[in-house]
Design a protein around this ligand. Structure first.
Ligand SMILES: [Zn+2]
Length: 863
C-alpha cells in the first residue's frame, strides 16, 4: 500500500471537504443522537447501524466546525472506515502545523532545543481513542455517537479545555463490517429464543475476534488504517481502545495493566498509563459509577494488538473493558454470581484498586455507555490540563529510547539480502515500514562482524524512537517465568495471548543482531519496498524457484489461465525438488504474474523430463461451521485468497451427504475442537439457548464417515492443530498425540517458536529450508506413529530437534518434544491424511511454514 505523505493527505481531505460541503450551520441545529436515531445511545434492545452512524457523523462534520470527518477508505467488505478529528476550529485550521510539531516531538533526533521547546509550548496533546473493534462488544460504537455529539455541542469548562488543548482523533468504529453483522443479527433475533446470542458467523469476514491480533502484521484494511494514524502519520501521546469483557466481575477495567509487563518500553510510558488510569477511575467514582477496577485483570504483556504494541511506540497505549450485557439486551446479575478470581482481584470485595464493588442487579448497555463517556472525556481532560507535561514526556520518551538504542546492544539488526525466500523478506521489511520503523538499504556488498552481506541487505538500527517495537519484532524473546506467571502450586499461568510475537521468526526471515552498526553506506527506504520479478524465457520455457512462497501464487495465476505447470520431484542438475517448470506460457501473462508476485521467471534451457511430472490442479475444500465461526478457518480463507488458491467452503449438509471425492481432492479441517466439529459440544456458554436450526453446526457420525470415505477413495485430508484428533480418534489412524494427558507442569508452550528439522525431499516439505521455526500454541499436537504392519505408509517430514528446542516464548518439558514429529502424513486406503500439529499458517503471520500447507494443496505423483 502506498501511503501518501501525511500533510498532503490531510490537506487533500480538508480541501475535498471544503469543496463538497455546504456552509456550516450553527450548533443549535445539530440533532442529538436521540433525536436522530429515535432512541438514546445504549437504550435497551436498540442498536444504531453503521450506515446510519456514518450519516450522523457526516452531519456532524457539516454542522460543526469542531468536527472533521475523514474517510480512510473502504473496510474489508467495502463499508466506509472513518476517523474523526475533534478540536477547536482554530486547531483544526492549524492541523498541519500541529502534526509537524507532533512529529518532531515523537522523533526529536536532529531537532534543536529551540524547536523542541517551541513545539512543547505551541502544539496540542494528541489522543487517539477507538471504539467497536470487537463487534459483539456493542456499547462502544453507540457511545461514540453521543461522545462526538457532546464534543460538537458542549460549551462547559471541561469541553472548552479539551478542545483548546488537545486534538482528539476518534475511530468511532474499528470494524464497520462487524457492527453491521451484529446489528442485523441482533435485530433479527430480538424477541426470539436466540436474543442476546452472538452472531453465528465471524464478525470480521476473515478474522473475527482476532482483529486485534493484527496490528503488527496489518493483514486487514482496518489494521492498515489504524496503523497509518497511530504508527506513522500521527503517533499520538495516548491511545485508548474501548472494549467489553465478561459479565460477572468488575463493571469496568481501566488502566494501568497488571503484572507481568513486557519490558523495554520507556518507563515514563508505564507511569503515564497509571496516571491516566487513576484519573479515569477517579472521575468514574466522582460520577457515582461503581465497579471500577484498575491495575488488574489485563497484564502488561499481551498480544501485539494496537493497545498493547503502542507502549513500544512511546504511546501510552491503554484499554478499557466494561462488563457485557447480552448484546443490547440487559442482563440481571445476582450478587452471588459476581466473582473475583482475576489478576489483582482474588475475591469480589473492596480493595484499593476496587473500592466500590457493584452490588449486582440489572446491567444495561446504557451503564456501559455512561462509563465509556467518562473514560473518554477524563482522558482528554487530563491531557488538556497537563498539555505541556504530556508533550514534554513525548519528547523525553522518544529521545531516551533513541539514546538507549544508540548505547546498547544489539546496536542494530541486519536483514541479509541472501535469504531462503527473499520475497518474504521484502514483505517483512514492508511490515516494519508499516510500523513507522526506519529501515535502511545497502546498495553495495559489505562485511560486518565476520559476515559477508550482499547488496540489497537491509539495516534496522536501534538508535531510533521505536527501539522497543524493533526489539520485540526482531529479537529473541523469552516470556517471564516468575511469581507473576506461576500459580501457588507452581503450575504456569497462561499468557494473555502468545508468549512471543517475533515477526522475523514467524516469517522465516534470517535477521542478524549485531554489536555495532555497520560502517557501510545505507540509504533510507521510503514508504514501501516493491518486488517485480524478471522474465527470461529459455529454450524449454521458465523455471520458478520452489523455495518462494509466492511461487505458489504464480502457479495459481498460471493455472487460472490453463497453463500447464510441472514440478521437480527430485534433484535434476541445478533444479531442486519443488521447483516449478513452465514449458510454455504467453509473454503477457508471464509478465503480469512476475509483476504481481515478484517471482522471477528464470530461463529453463533443459528438458526436465521425468524428474518434473505434470501437476494437476487440486479441488480444495475447507470445513466451515457456525457457533460464532472458527477464527482459524477465517484466517486460512484469507491466506488461500492471498495466494490465489481457489477453494470451496464446505458446510455440514454437503459434508454429511458424502461422495466428497467426486467433488474435491483436498479437504482442510482448520484448527478446532473435535467435539465442536462433530456437534457433541459447542463453544461458548453451554447454558445459553440454542441457535436457530439453520445456524447449528456439527457433522456427527455421518460427517466423520463421509470424511473417512473421502480419504479411502483417494482424497487428501489436511488437519491443522487440534483437528488432528478427528482422524486419530475416529479413523483409528495409527498416530498418537504424545502431549495427550500431560499436565501443564509436565508440558507447557503457549505461543512459542520451536526448532524443527525438515526433510525437504518429502513432497510435503518441498521448498522448505532444512531447519525452520514452528509456531506452537497451547493445544498444538506432537505425533508418535503407532506400530502397524505397514509402517512404510507414513512419513515424518517435520520433526522437532533433539534439544534446545525453544527459540522464543516459553517451553516447559522439552523432553516430550525431542525428535518427535511435528507433521505426519499417513496413507489410508487410496488417500492420505496430513496432520500439521503446530500452527503453520497462524493468523496469516507464519510465512516461514506456509509451504507445508501449500504443498498439501498441490498434487505430487509421489505423495
Ligand atoms: Zn474486546
Amino acid at each position: 500500500m502506498k501511503t501518501p505523505r501525511p500533510r498532503t493527505f490531510l490537506a487533500a481531505f480538508a480541501l475535498a471537504l471544503l469543496l463538497a460541503t455546504p456552509p456550516a450551520s450553527t450548533a443549535q441545529e445539530i440533532p442529538s443522537p436521540e433525536a436522530f436515531f429515535g432512541f438514546r445511545m445504549g437504550a435497551d434492545r436498540k442498536l444504531a447501524r453503521w450506515d446510519k452512524l456514518v450519516e450522523y457523523y457526516r452531519l456532524l462534520d457539516r454542522a460543526s466546525d469542531r468536527i472533521h470527518v475523514v474517510e480512510m477508505g473502504p473496510s474489508t467488505l467495502g463499508n466506509p472506515f472513518l476517523a474523526v478529528w475533534v478540536s477547536s476550529p482554530e486547531n483544526l485550521a492549524n492541523l498541519d502545523e500541529i502534526q509537524r510539531m507532533n512529529a518532531l516531538l515523537s522523533d526529536p533526533r536532529g531537532a534543536t532545543q529551540a524547536d523542541i521547546d517551541a513545539a512543547i509550548r505551541d502544539s496540542k496533546a494528541v489522543v487517539v481513542q477507538s471504539y467497536g473493534l470487537h463487534s459483539t462488544e456493542v456499547a462502544a460504537s453507540q457511545s461514540a455517537a453521543e461522545i462526538l455529539y457532546e464534543m460538537a455541542t458542549r460549551d462547559d469548562d471541561e469541553m472548552s479545555r479539551i478542545l483548546a488543548n488537545t486534538v482528539a482523533i476518534m475511530i468511532p468504529c474499528f470494524n464497520p463490517d462487524g457492527e453491521i453483522i451484529v446489528t442485523d443479527w441482533y435485530n433479527e433475533t430480538v424477541g426470539t429464543a436466540a436474543e442476546g446470542l452472538g452472531p453465528p458467523e465471524l464478525y470480521h469476514h476473515y478474522i473475527g475476534h482476532d482483529n486485534n491480533r493484527d496490528a503488527f502484521m496489518q493483514n486487514t484494511a482496518e489494521s492498515r488504517y489504524g496503523a497509518r494514524i497511530l504508527f506513522r502519520e500521527w503517533v499520538p501521546q495516548a491511545y485508548i481502545d474501548h472494549h467489553q469483557m465478561g459479565a460477572y466481575g468488575a463493571r469496568m477495567y481501566v488502566p494501568p495493566y497488571a503484572e507481568p509487563v513486557r519490558p523495554e518500553a520507556d518507563p515514563l510510558v508505564w507511569r503515564e498509563m497509571s496516571w491516566y488510569g487513576a484519573q479515569i477511575a477517579y472521575k468514574e467514582e466522582e460520577a457515582g459509577l461503581s465497579g471500577i477496577i484498575n491495575d488488574a485483570v489485563y497484564s502488561g504483556w499481551g498480544h501485539f494488538g494496537f493497545h498493547w504494541i503502542t507502549p513500544f511506540h512511546n504511546i501510552a497505549g491503554m484499554l478499557t473493558e466494561s462488563a457485557s450485557a447480552r448484546l443490547a439486551t440487559p442482563l440481571y446479575v445476582q450478587p452471588d454470581q459476581l466473582s473475583g478470581g482475576a489478576r489483582n482481584l482474588p475475591r469480589y470485595e473492596e480493595q484499593t484498586n476496587f473500592p466500590n464493588p457493584w452490588p449486582g442487579g440489572w446491567w444495561h448497555v446504557r451503564d456501559i455507555v455512561e462509563r465509556q463517556k467518562v473514560a473518554t472525556f477524563s482522558t482528554l481532560d487530563i491531557a488538556a490540563k497537563n498539555r505541556e507535561t504530556v508533550l514534554r514526556t513525548a519528547y523525553l520518551k522518544a529521545s531516551r529510547q533513541s539514546e538507549r538504542g544508540a548505547e546498547g546492544t544489539p546496536a542494530a539488526f541486519v536483514i541479509p539480502a541472501d535469504q531462503h525466500d527473499p520475497l518474504t523478506m521484502k514483505k517483512m521489511v514492508n511490515k516494519l515500514l508499516g510500523q513507522g520503523i526506519e529501515v535502511r538499504r545497502a546498495d553495495a556488498a559489505f562485511e560486518h562482524e565476520g559476515r559477508a552481506y550482499g547488496p540489497g541487505t537491509y539495516l534496522v538500527t536501534m538508535a531510533q524512537p521505536k527501539r522497543g517495537v524493533i526489539r520485540w519484532l526482531l529479537g529473541q524473546t523469552f516470556y517471564p517465568d516468575n511469581t507473576w506467571t506461576r500459580n501457588a502450586d507452581g503450575s504456569p499461568i497462561r499468557p494473555y495471548d502468545m508468549s512471543t510475537d517475533d515477526l522475523a521468526e514467524f516469517m522465516g526471515v534470517r535477521v542478524d543482531p549485531v554489536e555495532t552498526s555497520p560502517a557501510a553506506t545505507f540509504a533510507m527506504v521510503g514508504d514501501t519496498v516493491e518486488a517485480h520479478g524478471s522474465v527470461r524465457r529459455g529454450s524449454h520455457g521458465f523455471l520458478l524457484d520452489g523455495r518462494l512462497n509466492d511461487a505458489f501464487k504464480a502457479v495459481n495465476m498460471l493455472w487460472d489461465e490453463d497453463v500447464e505447470v510441472r514440478r521437480f520431484v527430485r534433484r535434476h542438475g541445478p533444479h531442486r525438488p519443488g521447483d516449478f517448470w513452465v514449458e510454455n506460457a504467453p509473454d503477457s501473462l508471464v509478465r503480469r504474474v512476475a509483476d504481481d508476485t515478484g517471482v522471477d521467471f528464470q530461463a529453463m534451457d533443459v528438458d526436465g523430463g521425468e524428474a518434473a511430472p505434470l501437476l494437476a490442479r487440486q479441488r480444495v475444500a475447507m470445513y466451515q461451521r457456525y457457533y460464532g465461526g472458527n477464527i482459524d478457518e477465517g484466517w486460512t480463507r484469507w491466506l488461500l485468497e492471498d495466494f490465489s488458491f481457489p477453494y470451496t467452503s464446505l458446510f455440514d449438509p454437503e459434508l454429511k451427504a458424502g461422495n466428497l471425492k467426486r467433488t474435491y481432492d483436498v479437504i482442510i479441517l482448520p484448527e478446532d475442537n473435535l467435539a465442536t466439529m462433530t456437534g457433541g459440544r459447542r463453544p461458548g456458554a453451554p447454558d445459553q439457548p440454542e441457535y436457530p436450526a439453520e445456524f447449528r453446526s456439527g457433522f456427527g457420525d455421518e460427517g466423520v464417515a463421509a470424511l473417512e470415505a473421502f480419504v479411502r477413495a483417494g482424497g487428501t485430508l489436511v488437519t491443522l492443530g487440534r483437528s488432528g484428533d478427528l482422524p486419530m480418534e475416529r479413523f483409528r489412524l495409527p498416530v498418537e498425540n504424545v502431549l495427550d494427558g500431560l499436565s501443564s507442569t509436565e508440558f507447557w508452550s503457549p505461543g512459542s517458536t520451536l526448532h524443527v528439522r525438515v526433510d525437504n525431499t518429502d513432497p510435503l516439505a518441498y521448498g522448505m529450508p532444512d531447519e525452520a521455526l514452528a509456531v506452537f500454541l497451547a493445544g498444538s499436537q506432537v505425533y508418535q506413529l503407532v506400530p502397524v504392519a505397514e509402517n512404510q505408509r507414513a512419513s515424518r517430514p517435520v520433526t522437532f530437534v533433539h534439544r534446545d528446542i525453544l527459540q522464543s516464548g516459553w517451553l516447559l518439558g522439552e523432553e516430550h518434544l525431542a525428535d518427535k514429529a511435528a507433521v505426519v502424513s499417513v496413507e489410508l486406503g487410496e488417500g492420505t491424511v496430513v496432520l500439521i500439529g503446530f500452527r503453520a499458517q497462524h493468523r496469516a503471520q507464519t510465512h516461514g511454514t506456509y509451504k507445508l500447507l501449500f504443498n498439501a494443496l498441490v498434487s505430487t505423483p509421489e505423495m
